[in-house]
Design a protein around this ligand. Sequence first.
Ligand SMILES: [Zn+2]
Ligand SMILES: [Zn+2]
Length: 350
Amino acid sequence: MLTYTYISKGKFGLVEKPKPQIHNEKDAVVKMTLASICMSDLHIKHGSVPRAVPGITVGHEMVGIVESVGADVKTVKPGDRVTVNVETYCGDCFFCKKGFVNNCTDKNGGWALGCRIDGGQAEYVRVPYADQGLDLIPENVSDEQALLVGDVLATGYWAAKISEISEDDTVLIIGAGPTGICTLLCAKLHHPKRIIVCESDEYRRQFVKLHYPDVLVTLPENVHEFVKENSDHGGADVVLEVAGAKETFRMAWECARPNAIVTIVALYDEPQTLPLPDMYGKNLIFKTGGVDGCNCRDILDLIAKGKIDTTPLITHTFSLADIDSAYELFENRRDNVIKVAVKNDTKSIF
Ligand SMILES: [Zn+2]
Ligand SMILES: [Zn+2]
């Protein structure tokens, strides 16, 4: 079968590999129908994910049809249309039981698919712990509508949830890339008084204005002033930092009012400074980390009810055989790309 593989630093390529098989009774094999490309795939390509093993098939955000299941899989069966979770988790360890599935202690726990084990930019993918890793797509939800559920939408949902947003709050979201917009969609579910989005890219600011006209939009250079003018207590009640740029960590806590919650969703290339003397007395609450992706069922229900729609984010679609072009476009941010979908329309001879 056709796979998109991490060959060496700086190089991904289409490689033929054998179709995956069930290794463990808790596994499922899924025929990918639609996958997407994530920033983390580019981080692997550029060698900044040391855990990623050359030779693995990349891709960790996809939907598909269950092809086969191990004897212990209970929640899905062959023929089911499913989303695949970016995180592998056992469901049984201390962290899983608390819902902190990102820290599952299983050897494949956390982000394994498309990083440490073969992922889903391929015709088929083997998913360990299928009962946890797969969720049924409701009948009235399309593959496109469900595509981002397992990764960027799960991240936005988790970030909004841990940020304790209430109806009196002014919420500042820094960054309107795919994860930033998913965070915006999920913050809206908590009905805050205002949402302000800070974004440097002109097209992305326009995108937010067009699709979410009730959201306020500002530029990084004006953000301090703008937030002060458009909040009730001298700063944002909740800040979600999703940009991960050089100045955005400092911007996040500076724009927060005293006693605010500052949630760091972004992954930085460099260490950040927490200048405690400068923020002394501001009594901020920082929440940080990677998604605990165990709410996909709830997210799919919200999509089915029309409460979340990420389809405008999918700006381009390519065939799996043409995935090199998809990466070229995504990596160079050409043609105002936000998210690229990769379709498995390969005619397999199995
Ligand atoms: Zn990702
Ligand atoms: Zn676990």
